[in-house]
Ligand binder design. Structure first.
Ligand code: UN1
Length: 513
C-alpha cells in the first residue's frame, strides 16, 4: 500500500518481521514479546518488532559504556565529521524516511518530510557546534593564577521520545550528545518504533563506514518498564524525556531521587492571543496550522485562542468558514492537510474531552465527529473541533492531544489576555498577533507570557531548531535543540592553575603554621 514495502526496502529494512530490539543485534533472536505495528492511516500491519527485555537493556548499557570510553577521546570536530556524514545520509533518505514517518505516525507527507528536514538541520547545527563547545575564562583574584572552565563529555544519555515527533526530537538530543562526546540509548515510543529502526539502520551504516562501534548510538525498543530502568540507572547521568506531564513527573522523580539530570519536554497548553490590532489575514492562517496541523498532536499545537471582544465575532466567522472545509484524509494523499489520530485511545480522548467541556458549559461550534465511510475505516480520523469555552474549565486546563481549539473571549487591555494565557499549569509555547508594539512588548516583558516560547505575529508551533526549545511549569523546564542547550549534555569543570612560587589562599585567608 502506497509502496510502503518499497519504502522499507529503500531504507534497507529487508525483513521487518525478523525484527529488532537493541542496537546490538539486527534480528535473529528468539522473540518472546513481539509488538505488531499497524498504520493509523489504513490499519494495515507495517511490521513487527521484538520488544527489549531487561536483559537486552543491560547489554545495551554495557555496550554504550564501552563505546563511551573511546568516543570521548575522539576530538569534538572529528565527532562533528561523523554527524556531518549522518546528516548527508539523512538527505539521501529524506523521501523514504519522511514517507515512513507519515505512514507510521499519520502526519501528512509534507510534515513527515519536514520532520526529516529538522533532523538534517540539527546535524548541520551540531557540526558547527562541534568547534564551539567552549567555556569562559575568568580573572583570578590571586596573582599568577589562571582560572577557566571547560566542558567534558558526560557519558551515557538516555533519550525517551514520543510518537508525535518520532525521529526529530530524538535527533535534537542525539546529535548534540554525539558532538559533546556522549553516547546515547534511545527508547522510542512503542507506537512508532519502525521509523526508529530505520534511522538506526542509517546511523549503523555511517558508524560501520568509519569503523566506529555501534554502541555510540543505541536503540532499545521497549515499554515503560525499559524507560523506568533507564530513569533509575545511575550509569545514565542524563535522561531526556519527551511526552506527557504524567510520564515526565514519574521519570523526573526517579531521576531526581538519584540526583541524576533530567531534561523534560512535556505537555503544553498553548495559546494565541488576538488583540484588536491583529492582522487577521495572517493570524487566521497561523491559527489553522497551529490548531489542526499534525491533527493537533504537537506539543506546540495551538489549543486556546484568546480573542479580543471587538474582533471575536469576525474571528469566529472566519474559523467557522474554514473548519468544515479542512481536507481530512490519508496523509500520503496530496491535498490532505489533516491525517488521523495515532490510535483509538487518542480518538476516545478527543470525544471524551468534547463531552466534558460541553458539560462544563462549553459550546461546540463545529466538528467533533469521528469520521466513517470510505477512507475512514480505521476510525482514527476526526473532524477538528471548535469550541467556545472559558479558560478556567477543567477540560480547557488540560492538554488533550487532539484537534480541539477553544475560543476564549477577553475584554479590556492586553494584560487581561496575558493573564488568561498564563492561567494554566503548562508553559510551553505562546504567541500574540498585534501590530501595536505596546501590546507585543507587554507580551514579551517579565510580566508577559510565562512560556519557554513567546512569539509575535507567528503561531505557537513550528519552532526553528536554532532556538532553545522547551517550556516552564508543568512542561518540565528542559531546553533542547539550539542556542546553548548543548551544555546539559556535558559536565562543566572549573580549573584554577597557580603558576607562582607562592600559595595565596582565596578570600585573603591566612593559614600559616
Ligand atoms: C513536539 O511536538 O514535541 O515547534 C516538538 C514545533 C516542532 C517541534 C515540536 N518544531 O512544533
Amino acid at each position: 500500500h502506497h509502496g510502503i514495502r518499497q519504502v522499507l526496502r529503500d531504507l534497507g529494512i529487508q525483513d521487518i518481521n525478523a525484527a529488532y530490539s537493541t542496537g546490538l543485534q539486527w534480528g535473529g533472536e528468539a522473540n518472546e514479546q513481539v509488538s505488531s505495528i499497524s498504520s493509523p492511516t489504513d490499519g494495515k500491519l507495517i511490521g513487527k518488532v521484538r520488544m527489549a527485555t531487561a536483559h537486552d537493556y543491560e547489554q545495551v548499557v554495557l555496550q554504550a559504556q564501552e563505546a563511551f570510553k573511546s568516543w570521548r577521546l575522539v576530538p569534538a570536530p572529528k565527532r562533528g565529521e561523523i554527524v556531518r556524514q549522518i546528516g548527508n545520509k539523512l538527505r539521501q533518505y529524506k523521501e523514504p524516511l519522511g514517507k515512513l514517518v507519515s505512514y507510521e505516525m499519520g502526519k501528512i507527507l509534507q510534515e513527515g518530510l519536514g520532520e526529516v528536514q529538522e533532523m538534517i538541520d540539527i546535524c548541520d547545527f551540531a557540526v558547527g557546534l562541534s568547534r564551539q563547545l567552549h567555556g569562559l575564562t575568568m580573572h583570578s583574584e590571586r596573582p599568577a593564577h589562571r582560572m577557566y572552565e571547560q566542558y567534558h563529555p558526560l557519558g551515557v544519555v538516555g533519550i525517551i521520545s514520543a510518537f508525535n515527533f518520532p525521529v526529530a526530537v530524538w535527533s535534537w538530543n542525539a546529535m548534540l550528545a554525539a558532538v559533546c562526546g556522549d553516547v546515547c540509548i534511545w527508547k522510542p515510543s512503542e507506537k512508532t518504533p519502525l521509523v526508529a529502526v530505520a534511522v538506526q539502520h542509517i546511523i549503523k551504516d555511517v558508524l560501520q563506514e568509519n569503523e566506529l562501534p555501534e554502541g555510540i548510538f543505541n536503540l532499545v525498543v521497549g515499554d515503560a518498564e525499559i524507560g523506568g530502568l533507564m530513569a533509575a540507572d545511575e550509569r545514565v547521568p542524563l535522561v531526556s524525556a519527551t511526552g506527557s506531564t504524567r510520564m515526565g513527573k514519574k521519570v523526573g522523580a526517579v531521576v531526581g531521587a538519584r540526583l541524576g539530570k533530567a531534561l523534560l519536554e512535556l505537555g503544553g497548553n498553548n495559546a494565541i492571543v488576538l488583540t484588536a490590532n491583529a492582522d487577521l489575514d495572517i493570524a487566521i492562517r497561523a491559527v489553522l496550522f497551529g490548531a489542526v496541523g499534525t491533527a493537533g498532536q504537537r506539543c506546540t499545537t495551538t489549543r486556546r485562542l484568546i480573542i479580543h471582544d471587538s474582533i471575536y465575532d469576525d474571528v469566529k466567522q472566519r474559523l467557522l468558514a474554514a473548519y468544515p472545509k479542512l481536507p481530512v484524509g490519508h496523509p500520503l494523499q496530496e491535498g490532505n492537510l489533516v491525517g488521523p489520530l495515532i490510535d483509538q485511545d487518542a480518538v476516545r480522548g478527543f470525544t471524551d474531552a468534547l463531552g466534558r467541556v460541553q458539560q462544563e458549559g462549553g459550546k461546540l461550534l463545529t466538528g467533533g465527529e469521528v469520521l466513517s465511510g470510505t477512507g475512514y475505516e480505521t476510525g482514527t480520523y476526526v473532524q477538528p473541533a471548535l469550541v467556545e469555552a472559558e479558560n478556567h474549565y477543567h477540560t480547557v486546563q488540560e492538554e488533550t492531544f487532539a484537534p480541539i481549539l477553544y475560543l476564549i473571549r477577553y475584554s479590556g487591555d492586553v494584560q487581561n489576555a496575558i493573564e488568561l494565557q498564563n492561567g494554566v499549569r503548562q508553559g510551553l509555547s505562546s504567541s500574540i498577533f498585534s501590530l501595536n508594539m505596546r501590546e507585543t512588548e507587554a507580551f514579551l516583558a517579565a510580566t508577559g507570557s510565562d512560556c519557554g516560547i513567546a512569539n509575535v505575529n507567528i503561531g505557537t508551533s513550528g519552532a526553528e531548531i536554532g532556538g532553545a526549545f522547551g517550556g516552564e511549569k508543568e512542561t518540565g523546564g528542559g531546553r533542547e535543540s539550539g542556542s546553548d542547550a548543548w551544555k546539559i549534555y556535558m559536565r562543566r569543570q572549573t580549573n584554577t592553575i597557580n603558576y607562582s612560587t607562592q600559595l595565596p589562599l582565596a578570600q585573603g585567608i591566612k593559614f600559616d603554621i
